[in-house]
Design a protein around this ligand. Structure first.
Ligand SMILES: Nc1ncnc2c1ncn2[C@@H]1O[C@H](COP(=O)(O)OP(=O)(O)OP(=O)(O)O)[C@@H](O)[C@H]1O
Length: 265
């Protein structure tokens, strides 16, 4: 994919594929039911390859639910999600997708080293329990260099700070060189140094044409990379367009939930 200089140009240009390449993400009339409650209601969203999209909205508006349904962690009650033209339940090319979940799951009490966690990002590419090939080792080294964690590769993940653990998860998402990065609050609670390193890593991938879908309360250094914002409210899209206009729709209050009390059992 040709790299355009300005993010806005990149989002508007049809691209060398003239629009014929399958969309990176197609969400059609998606509703998701969690615990008997419709958390997403009739969401439609199309993301072209190479676009960088921020998903915004108040707490509880359904951002994580949308992201988790995109990567097949939650089923659709109605409608569907396609990745690169294939419905998620049939999608098998998970090496094309890098996913960073909202909260730290890398440590989780498992005594894994930094290198082990990052190499798990290659699992869909290689068979379990087979030794790493030289190319795999080079990819792991590169991903660790990008997040400035190469000197910590032998350390247990549980011993790292929250920001460093998040950098390890980002390296795991980058190691297979995915075409689509799906990031759920990747820099929440992350120190400034890690945020800067993370933004540099994403900028480099975006310049190479990687599609990015990112949930964030505070885009920080990532703001300049965003082509388009989508704002959710109570499970529906209430804004989809230019990033800066979205700020007036987002009304992000990190400590105020958008829940309707009593609807959860
Ligand atoms: N397992 C579950 N069962 C029932 N309700 C759930 C479940 N998980 C989440 N919810 C509810 O679904 C709604 C949407 O949650 P979601 O995590 O998608 O919101 P969010 O926009 O990502 O919020 P935040 O910014 O706090 O992460 C919330 O009201 C939440 O309480």
């Amino acid at each position: 994919m040709t790299v355009q200089d300005h993010p806005a140009d990149r989002s508007r240009a049809p691209g060398p594929d003239g629009g014929s390449a399958p969309k990176a993400v197609q969400v059609a009339d998606l509703s998701v039911d969690l615990g008997g409650r419709l958390v997403l209601r009739g969401v439609d969203l199309q993301i072209r390859q190479g676009e960088v999209v921020a998903v915004l909205g108040t707490n509880g508006s359904g951002k994580s639910t949308l992201i988790r349904t995109m990567v097949g962690l939650l089923p659709a009650a109605r409608g569907q999600v396609k990745l690169f033209g294939t419905p998620v339940p049939r999608f098998r090319q998970w090496n094309k997708v890098g996913y960073v979940p909202q909260r730290i799951t890398a440590a989780g009490g498992v005594p894994a080293t930094v290198q082990e966690v990052v190499s798990s990002g290659l699992l869909s590419k290689r068979r379990l329990f087979r030794p790493l090939k030289a190319a795999d080792r080079a990819a792991i080294d590169e991903a660790l260099e990008i997040v400035a964690m190469a000197d910590r590769r032998k350390d247990a993940v549980a011993e790292l700070s929250g920001g460093q653990q998040q950098r390890v998860l980002i390296a795991r998402a980058l190691v297979a060189d995915p075409d689509l990065l799906i990031l759920d609050e990747p820099t929440a609670g992350v120190d400034l140094a890690s945020q800067g390193i993370f933004a540099d890593a994403i900028r480099e991938r975006v310049a190479r044409g990687t599609t990015v879908v990112m949930v964030s309360h505070d885009l920080g250094p990532m703001d300049a990379l965003i082509d388009r914002s989508v704002v959710l409210r109570r499970g529906r899209i209430v804004y989809d367009g230019a990033p800066h206009a979205s700020q007036t729709h987002a009304h992000v209050h990190p400590h105020v939930a958008d829940d309707e009390p009593g609807l959860l059992s």
